[in-house]
Design a protein around this ligand. Structure first.
Ligand code: C5P
Length: 417
C-alpha cells in the first residue's frame, strides 16, 4: 500500500535529525505522514521542520499547549495505518514494553492497534544492557517490527552498535510492512455481506514448514506466509475471531489476533491444527505450504561434511497430509475448509481434484510463475473454486486486497447457498 498513512514518532536522540530525512523519503515515496515528538526530541529538531516536510501540524504536547493546532491526544493514532518510531531511545523502548503512556509518543503508541516498526538509536552500552535487550525481545514477541541499529560512529565518540539504521533502510522496511496492510478504503470496499464474518471463529495456517536435518540445517520451501497473514488480518478486520498458526516467517504478526501459535515442522502443524479444531472453530483456511516429506530422525549433532563424502543421500519419510488425514479426525459437521493449491500446469483441473480428494469446501488455485503472481509480498492472482466449479477469478492485485476480496466472495457464496 504505497499510499499508507504513516505516524512517525520521534523520540529524543541525536538521530532525530535523520528522522527529517526519513519524513522526506516517505513523502517522496507517496506515503502520507504525520509526526508526533517527545519533548526531548524537540530539543534536537524543531516541530516546525517536520511540519514543513509533511504539511501537517506536529503533535508534541498532551495538553495542546505548545502546538499550533489543538490535537486530540490520540487523533494521529486513529488516523494511521502504520506507526514508525525513529529514533527510539532506550527509555522509549522501556516505556513501550511496560505500556507507559506519559508523553505524546507513548500515548499514541499505546492507542495504536496497527503494525509498529521501531528503529532504535542509543549508546552501545545502553543497547547491550540486559534491560534493553529483554525489552526488545519482548516487543518482538508481541509482533513489534525492528530495523536493527547499525555499527558505526556514535555521537558519544565510540564506534560500535547503536547507531540508527539509515533512513533508506527504514524506508525499505516500511515498504515491506505497508505491502501487507490493507488500506482502510480497501477494507471497507471489500467488507463482506453484512454480518457474515463477525463472531466466526477462523483458523488460518500460514507460511512454510522447516523440516530439521540436524540442529543447523533444515528442508524448507519458498512460501513467505504473506497470503495467510493477509487472510488472517482481513478476517479479523471483518469481525472474525482469528487464530493464526504460523511457520517460520519474517512477517509482522497482525495485532489483535485471538491466538498465535508458532510451529516449525509439518508434524507440529498437524498437532496445532488438531488442538485448535478440538477447541472449536467454524472455518479452517489452510494456506500453509506444508512439507510433504521430512526426516524421521534428525541428527542430534551437526552432521560433518568430512563424514558425508562426495554424495549425501537423505532418506525422507512422508509427513501427515493435514487436510486429508488430521482434519477428518477432528472435524465437526459445520466446519468449512478452504485450501490452497499451488500449481504450474493444469492449474484448475489439478486444484479441483485436490479439493475433492481432501474434502474441501473451497480451494484457491494459484500459479506462482504466472505473470502478475508470485511468492512474497508482491501482487498475486488466484481463482476460487467450490463444489460447482469456478466461483471467482481475481485480477492481479496486492495480497492484502486479494485477501479481503476472497473473504467477500466466500461470504457471498455462502449467503446464496
Ligand atoms: O501440497 P498440496 O498441493 O496438496 O496442498 C493443497 C492443500 O493441502 C493446501 O491447502 C495445503 O495447506 C494442504 N496440505 C496439507 N498437508 C500436507 C500438504 C498440504 O494439509 N501435508
Amino acid at each position: 500500500m504505497a499510499s499508507a498513512r504513516i505516524l512517525l514518532l520521534v523520540t529524543g536522540g541525536i538521530a532525530a535529525y535523520k528522522a527529517c530525512f526519513l519524513a522526506r523519503l516517505y513523502m517522496q515515496a507517496g506515503f502520507s505522514v504525520k509526526v508526533a515528538m517527545t519533548d526531548a526530541a524537540t530539543r534536537f529538531v524543531t516541530p516546525m521542520t517536520f511540519q514543513v516536510l509533511t504539511g501537517h501540524p506536529v503533535a508534541t504536547d498532551l495538553w495542546g499547549e505548545g502546538q499550533s493546532v489543538a490535537l486530540d491526544h490520540i487523533e494521529y493514532a486513529r488516523w494511521a495505518d502504520l506507526a514508525v518510531v525513529a529514533p527510539a531511545t532506550a527509555n522509549n523502548l522501556a516505556k513501550l514494553t511496560a505500556g507507559i503512556a506519559d508523553d505524546m509518543v507513548t500515548t499514541q503508541l499505546l492507542a495504536f492497534p496497527g503494525p509498529v516498526l521501531v528503529a532504535p538509536a542509543m549508546n552501545d552500552n545502553m543497547w547491550d544492557h540486559p534491560a534493553t535487550q529483554a525489552n526488545v525481545a519482548l516487543l518482538k514477541q508481541r509482533g513489534v517490527h525492528f530495523v536493527e541499529p547499525a555499527d558505526g560512529w556514535l555521537a558519544c565518540g565510540t564506534v560500535s552498535k547503536g547507531r540508527m539504521a539509515e533512513p533508506e533502510d527504514i524506508l525499505a522496511a516500511t515498504r515491506e510492512l505497508a505491502a501487507v496492510i490493507p488500506a482502510r478504503e480497501e477494507l471497507s470496499a471489500t467488507k463482506s455481506a453484512p454480518g457474515f464474518w463477525p463472531g466466526q471463529k477462523v483458523l488460518v495456517t500460514a507460511g512454510p514448514t522447516h523440516e530439521p536435518i540436524d540442529p543447523v540445517r533444515f528442508l524448507g520451501n519458498r512460501s513467505s506466509g504473506a497470503m495467510g497473514y493477509a487472510l488472517a488480518q482481513a478476517a479479523m478486520q471483518q469481525g472474525a475471531r482469528v487464530t493464526l498458526i504460523t511457520g517460520p516467517t519474517e512477517l509482522p504478526v497482525p495485532r489483535g489476533l485471538e491466538q498465535v501459535v508458532r510451529i516449525q515442522t509439518a508434524c507440529e502443524l498437524s498437532d496445532a491444527v488438531a488442538t485448535a479444531l478440538q477447541e472449536g472453530c467454524q472455518w479452517l483456511i489452510m494456506t500453509a505450504a506444508v512439507a510433504d516429506f521430512g526426516l524421521p530422525q534428525p541428527s542430534a549433532g551437526k552432521m560433518k561434511k568430512e563424514d558425508l563424502g562426495d554424495n549425501w543421500t537423505l532418506t525422507l519419510s512422508r509427513n501427515p497430509d493435514i487436510l486429508a488425514e488430521t482434519v477428518p479426525l477432528h472435524r465437526d459437521d459445520d466446519l468449512k475448509v478452504v485450501g490452497f493449491a499451488l500449481e504450474t500446469e493444469d492449474v484448475l483441473t489439478r486444484a479441483e481434484a485436490k479439493r475433492k480428494a481432501k474434502s474441501m469446501d473451497y480451494i484457491v488455485a494459484n500459479n506462482p510463475i504466472a505473470p502478475g503472481s508470485g511468492f512474497g509480498t508482491g501482487d498475486h492472482q488466484v481463482t476460487l473454486l467450490g463444489a460447482q466449479g469456478v466461483i471467482w477469478a481475481s485480477d492481479s492485485q496486492p495480497k492484502a486486497r486479494l485477501a479481503g476480496q476472497l473473504l467477500q466472495q466466500i461470504a457471498d457464496h455462502e449467503n446464496k447457498a
